[in-house]
Design a protein around this ligand. Sequence first.
Ligand code: FES
Length: 258
Amino acid sequence: MIIQDRMRVTGQQEIAKNIFEMKLTGKLVGEISSPGQFVHIRVSDSFEPLLRRPISIASIDKEKNEMTIIYRAEGRGTTMLSLKREDEEVDVLGPLGNGFPVNATASGETAILIGGGIGVPPLYELSKQLTANGVKCIHIFGFQTSDVSFYEEEFTRLGETYIATVDGSKGTEGFVTDVMKKIGDEFSTYYSCGPMPMLNAVQTTYAGKKGFLSFEQRMGCGIGACFACVCQTTEGTEKPYVKVCSDGPVFLAGVVSI
Ligand code: FES
């Protein structure tokens, strides 16, 4: 169920250049049903900035009633969010959208998780849940430079982890596709989250494989009411368009036209 919750900040730290990890506690955590869902955060009680910011959920701890979000402080809203300190409250709407299908990969099978930049965070909870189910996870992440890369250690604890940076300052110089080509396609499912050009390249490279893509789209309402996040679907799909916020953000590869 989607709820509006005043969540309490239990932690906030900058984990890479302008990339923040924030921990929040509140009853909303009990409503999260799958990795890849996101929340819509209103950063200020005054009218400005009025719009909420969609931010994906990176980790869920139901026992502690706590979730972790990771976001880039770039505009006014997210910069204001980065200034929140422990015990302050944040107005959070969520959980929103349909996340990654964890059960699409069976125990003993291998899954490849490919993320780009701020598309990496939702893959962390996904990897935790897949690994707990006995799935072998291989992670491939792309960042612009080493100073905006994060969570390498956390992912390495769960499985093999490869990094590509555009400038070569960490891992392979180039893009996630350069690493993908080296690894081959001996796996059963791929899951990916990142900017459109990356999703397009991933989908093309793994054509014919079972995959799920999570889209980063501009959003307004976040709950399927405003049409700000509409994407066209490919020919032969049931509906001519989908709303990323409420039909997605995760779709079976091949459904959304990119
Ligand atoms: Fe309003 Fe998706 S953001 S319909």
